[in-house]
Design a protein around this ligand. Structure first.
Ligand SMILES: NC(=O)c1ccc[n+]([C@@H]2O[C@H](COP(=O)([O-])OP(=O)(O)OC[C@H]3O[C@@H](n4cnc5c(N)ncnc54)[C@H](OP(=O)(O)O)[C@@H]3O)[C@@H](O)[C@H]2O)c1
Length: 395
């Protein structure tokens, strides 16, 4: 990608991954970075945030660097061509599309952010004649399929979709691939904080959803027993620094038309159960923890309200995690072999993210200060055998 001034348009820069991408491009490129943001967002705050993210990664952006950041109000989707003058003014020849709706249950917002906005942006990119369109998708865009998830475009999944999120992300991938533009699709699994110091400034998605639910619901008093739905498989996660490193390497090295699954090596990943054990042993410390494979197996009627709320709040992610996801990663393996430093998530590095989360949680700190001496030293874990879905289905 070179030629007309090397500007890059990054969508979603007010969000978690878009912010990290913009900060990384600030460090790694020299051209303007055009950052469309929704009207209610203040452009000054966006610039400050990108500067802060870059600084956290060791890059002190000077005035000349910050002058390359060009926040622009995002026009309505049906008037997105209003971006064209800004793209021309800043010599944009690449688009990195990281804006998306991740609200599993807001079907209309998923459709408009993930499908309609992507379609309109591709149209603008075509009119501009850009040299590459990078789409940030998700490892789960395959939906529920049997066997490993390959690095090809997915058809409709035989076993359906976990949510409309995965369906709309898959649809967007299809639009990108059919756009006629040179494209690259990156599919990260669940992105967690830094492998170095655990810092994270994303929303409470993925394992942060569990930790946030624990923080909000389980710290008002000590619990004798806690009950969690916890499938046995690996917790498919990647660290934010590994995501950024892979994004930069993919952008530098891969030919157009590449799809890259981005997840940590399965062998080193802890199970979701091991992650619960860690949080329970280090911080929540009930006397006993009961683990169930499926929600149907939990005796919910016997649980207190906060426990039921916890199960409700985390149910969809628990269900998604119960699917035996396996991801093929030939492209990531090749990038690693060529020198990419991609730090896999392990129990230890995820423990670092947990420690950082807890250190910054006023509620968990107050819980530990108040009840610490009375909490169990080492919670006992009990795996409750499942009665299984079939056995519970009505006759
Ligand atoms: N986080 C993960 O673990 C993860 C894992 C795999 C894939 N991904 C993918 O990575 C991308 C970024 O996710 P994220 O975690 O950074 O999410 P995020 O923090 O929620 O950020 C989403 C971004 O998209 C923007 N956005 C949402 N709806 C929009 C709309 N209708 N029109 C315009 N902009 C809209 C948001 O703008 P506002 O700030 O104005 O709301 C924000 O900038 C997404 O494509 C997601 O599918 C994320």
């Amino acid at each position: 990608v070179s030629g007309r001034g090397g500007g890059v348009l990054v969508t979603g820069a007010t969000g978690f991954l878009g912010g990290l991408i913009a900060a990384a491009l600030l460090r790694e490129t020299r051209g303007p970075l055009v950052l469309p943001h929704r009207a209610e967002r203040a452009p000054g705050e966006l610039i400050e945030r990108i500067a802060r993210l870059a600084a956290a990664d060791g890059f002190a952006a000077g005035a000349a660097d910050l002058a390359r950041l060009a926040p622009v109000p995002l026009p309505a989707t049906d008037a997105l061509e209003q971006l064209l003058p800004a793209l021309a003014a800043h010599g944009v020849e690449e688009v990195v599309h990281a804006a998306a709706c991740l609200d599993y249950f807001d079907r209309a917002a998923l459709e408009s952010a993930n499908v309609d906005l992507t379609r309109a942006l591709l149209d603008v990119a075509r009119r501009r004649g850009i040299a590459r369109f990078v789409y940030i998708s998700t490892a789960f865009s395959a939906g529920y399929v049997e066997g490993a998830v390959g690095e090809t475009l997915h058809g409709e999944p035989a076993q359906g979709d976990p949510t409309d999120y995965t369906r709309t992300k898959r649809r967007a991938e299809g639009l990108v691939a059919a756009s006629g533009l040179p494209w690259l699709i990156l599919r990260p699994s669940v992105v967690v904080g830094s492998s170095v110091d655990g810092r994270y400034d994303g929303k409470p998605y993925g394992i942060y959803q569990l930790w946030t639910a624990g923080e909000r619901l389980l710290t008002d008093r000590p619990s004798a027993a806690l009950h969690f739905v916890c499938p046995p498989g690996p917790a498919h996660t990647i660290h934010q620094d590994a995501f950024v490193a892979a994004f930069l390497a993919a952008r530098r090295r891969l030919p157009a038309g590449s799809i890259v699954n981005l997840t940590s090596r399965e062998a080193g990943l802890p199970s979701a159960r091991a992650l619960y054990d860690l949080a329970m042993a280090r911080y929540f410390r009930p006397e006993v923890v009961y683990y169930y494979e499926h929600r149907e197996d939990v005796p919910e009627e016997a649980l207190d309200r906060r426990q039921r709320l916890f199960l409700e709040f985390t149910a969809t992610n628990a269900e998604i995690a119960a699917h035996p996801w396996r991801f093929e990663t030939p492209t990531l393996d090749r990038l690693r072999a060529e020198g990419l430093d991609f730090r896999d998530a392990t129990l230890e590095t995820l423990g670092g993210c947990l420690d950082r989360f807890v250190a910054r949680s006023a509620r968990i700190q107050a819980y530990l200060a108040r009840f610490g001496p009375t909490l169990a030293a080492a919670p006992r874990a009990v795996d409750v055998p499942g009665r299984g879905r079939a056995a519970r289905a009505p006759a």
